[in-house]
Design a binder for this molecule. Structure first.
Ligand code: RIB
Length: 289
């Protein structure tokens, strides 16, 4: 690959099969519910965000693991069909990751993940190719996220700290941009803590209230794009993928976040994570500069 940059965004992360039940409400402790609808989709925060980047026009590579099973083959084919480089998608001797998702009538969701093959990311050596943006989440081993960010060279490192976990000072010091939601931000100690730990910019997603960009000098609000949400699964991934694709285009963080806000909102209007991820043409047709 030499010294040239072949990718806009390299994503290191998880891929899952999403088993999605739609119910009237989210189950209470001890409650058994009947589904209104059931569907299976490609998913995983890593895969979703890679697809989101590719649909936003970014040359994208995905680094991760699938199991040696038909689901793993399906996910690999899906990534290839989106034009995503899978030369470092490793097939391992474990079941492909799964996510058990419940979506209620208001579009809210709960997710339980089974790591499976995702727990093996980093068992074979990873060589991070040069890119403009390097993106990771926390559905793979945390020490591997730290290792790949340490290889970032001049790429902008973006961490979507989901699901929330205790993060080392080393990993935080390697993050240029963190994109938590409100719950994750609180679990990580809040914006001021993250800034103090060396993260240069925090983009906090606020759901239907938009987002907020904070650095050591200011906080800027990103207004939401109004939609009728029916399913919030994958909306955060659409936001993060679009943000990274726009940063790779050289946009400012504020402009990138405003475009990402439209992408995230659009993703809530269609069921499923991957099916809901918008193209750049769709996003930009609604984006008012
Ligand atoms: O962010 C949504 C994703 O979280 C789902 O696709 C599921 O697989 C979990 O990783």
């Amino acid at each position: 690959m030499g010294d040239s940059i072949n990718f806009d965004v390299v994503v290191v992360g998880s891929c899952n099969l999403d088993l999605v039940s739609t119910t009237t409400h989210l189950p209470l402790p001890g409650e058994t519910l009947r589904t209104i609808a059931y569907a299976e989709h490609a998913g995983g925060k890593g895969l979703n965000q890679a697809v989101a980047c590719a649909r936003m026009g970014a040359r994208t590579a995905f680094i991760g693991c699938v199991g040696n099973d038909s689901t793993g083959t399906m996910l690999r084919e899906l990534l290839n069909s989106e034009g995503i480089d899978t030369s470092q998608l490793v097939t391992v001797d474990a079941p492909t990751g799964r996510a058990f998702i419940t979506v209620d009538a208001l579009g809210e969701n709960t997710i339980v993940i089974v790591a499976g093959a995702n727990a093996h990311v980093g068992n074979s050596a990873i060589t991070v190719p040069k890119s403009k943006v390097l993106l990771a989440q926390l559905e793979i081993p945390l020490d591997i996220v730290t290792q790949v960010f340490a290889q970032a060279q001049n790429a902008i490192t973006v961490l979507n700290p989901a699901p929330a976990a205790q993060l080392s000072t080393e990993l935080l010091s390697l993050c240029d941009v963190a994109v938590p939601n409100e719950t994750e931000s609180a679990a990580l100690g809040g914006t001021q803590f993250l800034l103090g730990a060396g993260v240069a910019t925090i983009v906090t997603t606020l759901g239907e209230r938009g987002a907020e960009i904070s650095d050591n000098t200011s906080t800027v609000a990103v207004t939401p794009y109004p939609v009728n949400a029916i399913d919030t699964v994958g909306a955060g991934d659409a936001f993060v993928g679009a943000l990274c694709a726009e940063l790779a285009r050289g946009e400012t963080i504020e402009h990138a976040a405003r475009i990402a806000s439209v992408a995230g909102a659009l993703a809530t209007t269609i069921h499923g994570a991957v099916p809901s991820l918008p193209t750049r043409a769709a996003v930009m047709s609604l984006y008012a500069d």
